[in-house]
Design a binder for this molecule. Structure first.
Ligand SMILES: [Zn+2]
Ligand SMILES: [Zn+2]
Length: 899
């Protein structure tokens, strides 16, 4: 079943699918386009072509069909007041970061606000009926069109008009009536100008007819009637029919202003300011025909370069005019558009990065910088942000709160890009042919080189039109969760005691047992979920090692004998373990809010893990944490504990919770059930969470951050301990540092002692030399201060040695040299320990060295010591590791000398 088939079928029965009261009442004619055969409804009897093929297409540029002029902000005020007047509730926009859907990073349409995924089904939850919402939507597929076509944006405001046809809401007749009146009464567009084109919509298993409405070729809105499910040969009406009318606010402003592009009337005063700064002559006699041609050609050609070429040819613009006016204008539009999108995305908690949705934001930021560089424009991004927020806050006052955060993130990210340029330059230098789309994607994916940069460096002249669509596809899909199939069919939901009295001991009945698993009628064992590890304990005396939840059935894994089905069993939850895990869980909430208050509004929980004795929280943040950051977060967390704040748990209907607390509640991700459990710590932290929590923050006693680490681009891990664990950790840390201090003191003392010894020894050298001199000493053997001298008869070698550990290398070298100088027949041998080695230093006096070589002696001694050494006849050194061989070594030296 494709759209074309559905349209054919529906258009064959217009009475059933398209005719509405409005058409009857006003006498609209149904006409088939004489170019494409498409059916449309009009009051203009001369109209024979559909809006895509009409001659008046885009004739509103320079000649708007209204007497009133409304810019972007004013247009919303008009739309809002019209619908409110007509019994609609005006809802604030939802975040552009789509926290309530697992399958979308960003909000792409107003209807997405109200869609919730339950299992494989999409359900609608309306906070009011009927309603209207100015929903900012992000779309990245047509990035290359932005700035060039005059009407493509990376983000736009979709006016969402939504209704469920029940006692409060309405269906087709009323919807089309309202839309017609909005255009004619509120905006003052002549009835004849409005054309409704027959179309269809299908997706997610349902489909229905739709009516697109156009004025002078510009599609202003599309009213979709989601009505059926099944296939074309057999379909039935949905239980929940929905009106999904989406209209582009930017286009409403544009049609009344008639500016050359939609950008001129939607970015407030910033466009004019940048045009002035850049010194561009924005002569409307050039721009009106040029952008009218661009708009017309866009319907005719897929290739943007072709569209541009045709428009230039048709309007006869010179190269000089293109370079001086058009190209810089396109750049300015792009910059403003992209910054506006970044303002919304960063305000709603997204960060530029190389993963997930952050990817598109980084791409846009790099496009901004490259465009400025290529066109040699120097704009102050902070100023652009300021002017834009000043302009947007009339409609979106919440942007004021994140003004500085947006600037901070954009400045960090711009700095990063600038510093990566050298690396990019090298990579680009190695390219030896013009890269194809696939090459461009590889260049960006693996090296971060953007096509804008290549354009800036004149490596490519145009960015291929498929680049952004391909890139976007690559990053669109999300991982599907693994499904485990257990034989649980027909088993009733487990009664979850941990959400009630939460006893540590209870009796239960075994409903099912298989392999090592058992299912009870009720349980107080917390099942692994939301990053909280499962409880342990005993069921029927057997140890429980894991607990998991499958749908609403809790499955316990047993080590040992599994009880039989029908058995009554006594169950005991490991209270100490649960207590540790619970403290750590509440602590993750506390650290999360503390990190956000210390670091910035962009901090969200990325993921979390809570065990008995340790836990971690991964948060979104642009850089690694400094020691100061960590200290501040820890202090903030501990002050929440000190304040003894009660932890409140309440259940809400999901829609109510969202309206009451906003989307910050979704820190742990999407909640796939209708009733959400809200855990609040005063008004400091309010999260949807299914975990176990302490009753009061003071129960935690203390939080200690043990380690932090940047684990991926834009994500920082905070490891911590809490409660008893934190106390132990702090105690151990204190002990460690005390021990370390002691050790260091001891080392310092030893060092001082050695210096002192050395000094003393040095002073002793002349005295020793004097005492051992042959003239003083005569023959025989004597030991002074652990130094032994053996004098033999004259003409033979004298031997002086020491194995004392009181002497070091400096001493031995000093004494050896001095003694051998005073006595040319003396051989000196010093053995001493140094660390885990034993070293030897040997000197031989001038005379004796002619017969006995110091080198030979060292070589021999070192061998005995289990090492090696050598040197000259007069001086040598070496050593080994066998400290027990000291005496053997001296004996060996003596025998060599006396031989
Ligand atoms: Zn047509
Ligand atoms: Zn939680």
């Amino acid at each position: 079943m494709n759209k074309k088939e559905i349209l054919e079928k529906f258009s064959a029965d217009p009475q059933r699918y398209y005719n509405v009261n409005l058409f009857e009442d006003h006498g609209f004619e149904r006409i088939s386009c004489n170019v494409c055969n498409r059916f449309f409804w009009t009051l203009d009897s001369e109209r024979v072509k559909c809006p895509d093929h009409s001659d008046d297409t885009y004739s509103f540029i320079g000649d708007p069909p209204t007497s009133k002029r409304f810019d972007y902000t004013q247009s919303w005020k008009e739309v809002e007041s019209f619908f409110v007047k007509n019994n609609h509730t005006s809802i604030n926009r939802y975040p552009v970061v789509c926290r309530w859907r697992d399958d979308l990073y960003f909000t792409i349409a107003s209807i997405v606000d109200f869609q919730r995924v339950m299992g494989s089904k999409v359900v609608f939850e309306f906070p009011a009926n009927p309603l209207v919402v100015p929903q900012t939507c992000l779309r990245f597929k047509d990035l290359e069109n932005v700035g060039v076509t005059g009407r493509h944006f990376s983000s736009f405001c979709m006016i969402g008009q939504h209704s469920i046809p029940n006692e409060n809401g309405y269906w087709k007749d009323e919807c089309v009536n309202l839309d017609f009146n909005l255009l004619t009464q509120q905006f003052g567009i002549a009835k004849k100008e409005i054309t409704f084109v027959e179309d269809v919509w299908e997706g997610g298993g349902s489909f229905g007819s739709s009516l697109e409405y156009f004025v002078r070729g510009l599609e202003l809105g599309n009213a979709v009637f989601t009505e059926f499910q099944g296939d074309l040969s057999n379909y039935k009406t949905l239980d929940q029919r929905i009106i999904d009318m989406g209209a582009g606010l930017e286009r409403f402003a544009w049609i009344t202003m008639g500016t050359p592009t939609a950008y001129d009337c939607c970015f407030g005063p910033i466009t004019q300011k940048l045009i002035q700064n850049a010194g561009i002559d924005s002569d409307s006699s050039v721009l009106v025909p040029y952008f009218t041609e661009i708009a017309k050609n866009l319907e005719l050609y897929d290739d943007l370069a072709q569209v541009r070429k045709n428009a230039i040819k048709k309007t006869g613009l010179s190269d000089e005019q293109i370079n001086r006016i058009i190209t810089p204008l396109e750049g300015i539009y792009l910059i403003i558009d992209h910054i506006r999108t970044l303002i919304f995305a960063i305000s709603d908690g997204a960060l530029p990065s190389n993963v997930g949705g952050g990817y598109n934001l980084r791409i846009m930021l790099r496009r901004i910088v490259s465009t400025m560089n290529r066109l040699k424009m120097k704009f102050d991004l902070d100023e652009i942000i300021d002017i834009q927020i000043d302009y947007l806050k009339d409609t979106y006052p919440e942007l004021e709160n994140t003004r500085e955060d947006v600037k901070e993130i954009i400045s960090i990210e711009t700095g990063r890009y600038d510093s990566s340029k050298q690396r990019m330059q090298k990579i680009v230098g190695k390219l030896n042919k013009e890269p194809k789309v696939e090459d461009l994607i590889t260049l960006y994916e693996s090296d971060g080189v953007t096509p804008e940069y290549l354009k800036e460096m004149n490596v490519i002249s145009e960015i291929p039109s498929t680049f952004y669509a391909k890139l976007s596809d690559l990053h669109q899909s999300k991982k599907q969760k693994e499904q485990v199939n257990l034989p649980l069919e027909g088993i009733p939901d487990t009664d979850l005691l941990f959400y009630g009295d939460d006893p540590r001991e209870f009796n239960a009945r075994v409903l099912k047992s298989f392999d090592n698993f058992v299912v009870l009628d009720k349980t107080a064992f917390y099942a692994r979920g939301g990053g909280q590890e499962p409880d342990h304990g005993k069921i029927g005396g057997q140890e429980i090692i894991d607990v998991t939840k499958h749908g609403n059935v809790v499955v316990h894994e047993i080590k040992g004998d599994v009880p039989k089905e029908g058995d009554a069993v006594t169950c005991v939850v490991d209270a100490k373990r649960r207590d540790g895990i619970t403290k750590n869980h509440t602590s993750t909430h506390i650290i999360n809010t503390s990190a956000r208050s210390v670091l910035g509004s962009w901090v969200w929980q990325h993921s979390a893990f809570k065990e008995e004795d340790h836990a971690r929280l991964d948060i979104t943040h642009h850089s690694a944490l400094t020691d100061e950051d960590v200290m501040k977060i820890e202090d903030a967390a501990n002050s929440i504990i000190e304040k003894s704040i009660p932890v409140k748990i309440e259940n809400f209907d999901r829609g109510t919770a969202e309206q009451k607390y906003g989307f910050r509640i979704y820190q742990g991700g999407v909640v796939p059930v209708k009733s959400v459990r809200i855990v609040s710590i005063g008004d400091l932290d309010i999260e949807a969470c299914g975990g176990t929590h302490v009753a009061n923050t003071s129960d935690i006693k203390q939080i200690k951050i043990t380690r932090t680490k940047r684990i991926q681009d834009g994500v920082v891990r905070i490891e911590f301990v809490s409660g008893y664990g934190a106390k132990e950790f702090v105690k151990k840390k204190q002990q460690d540092s005390e021990n370390k201090e002691k050790e260091e003191k001891l080392k310092e003392q030893e060092k001082l002692k050695r210096i002192e010894n050395r000094q003393q020894a040095k002073e002793r050298i002349p005295l020793l030399v004097e005492n051992f001199s042959p003239y003083v000493f005569g023959q025989g053997r004597s030991t002074i201060a652990e130094i032994t001298m053996e004098h033999t008869e004259s003409g033979k070698a004298n031997f002086c040695y020491s194995t004392s550990d009181n002497y070091d290398d400096v001493f031995h070298i000093g004494l050896g040299e001095a003694i051998c100088k005073a006595d040319p027949m003396c051989i000196y041998c010093g053995l001493f320990e140094q660390g885990d080695k034993i070293r030897v230093i040997v000197y031989a006096g001038d005379e004796i060295s002619k017969e006995k070589s110091a080198g030979d002696i060292v070589k021999s001694i070192s061998q005995i010591l289990g090492g090696a050494g050598g040197g000259s006849a007069k001086f040598a050194q070496g050593g080994g590791t066998d400290k027990s061989k000291k005496e053997d070594a001296i004996k060996n030296a003596k025998s060599m000398i006396n031989e």
